[in-house]
Design a protein around this ligand. Sequence first.
Ligand SMILES: C[S@@+](CC[C@H](N)C(=O)[O-])C[C@H]1O[C@@H](n2cnc3c(N)ncnc32)[C@H](O)[C@@H]1O
Length: 212
Amino acid sequence: MSEEFFHYADLHTSPEPPLLARLNRETHVQTLMPRMLSGHAQGRLLSMLSHMVRPRRVLELGTFTGYAALCLAEGLADGGELHTIEFNPELESRIRRYVAGAGLTGRLHLHIGRAADIVPTLTETWDLVFIDADKINNDTYYELVLPQVRAGGFVLIDNVLWGGKVVDSYPVKPSDKDTHAVRAFNDKVQADLRVENVFLPLRDGLLLVRKL
Ligand SMILES: C[S@@+](CC[C@H](N)C(=O)[O-])C[C@H]1O[C@@H](n2cnc3c(N)ncnc32)[C@H](O)[C@@H]1O
């Protein structure tokens, strides 16, 4: 799809709340890889999905500056809580500042460390999980979280298009481990009888999975 179509989609998607617009701008000005942030249209989709599910417990792997966490928190049920895990400690103070700005301190729990170490320490049953950390480990995270997701709960996986490198016509090099991992993971979910899945070619691709 052309950039023009994406722009049109943004123009016909509800605007970002002011706090998120500020975080989006700050992320672009002050971080090295601002493209990692979910952004306007995907952020509104995450918020919309969260409002549909009304989750009591949400888990995010890969917080970055906290943009998607704040979007997902918008649909939390009364008494609902969100846990998010980020590996890079340099991001912590900004995340906490925006969580406080959103009035979510106490309901949005930030864990600094490796997702594979922290997920097993969380003894919640998840209604909604967003996997958006190091893509080479998508399958590890999926297998870690799926037993903790309630039947009928959801797992969302970001960047499943991987810049378009997942399609057969792309000449992927044997050394490109990330692309091989994303391809293998997408194929695995497609064959996974434990779930239903929908592949949305939005932005860099978002895979929606429902545990049966
Ligand atoms: C794509 S960004 C997340 C974007 C964020 N979810 C959003 O939509 O705004 C990926 C983040 O995962 C973090 N990350 C990478 N490896 C990780 C790991 N093993 N455990 C936890 N976080 C990790 C990176 O530091 C980075 O901030």
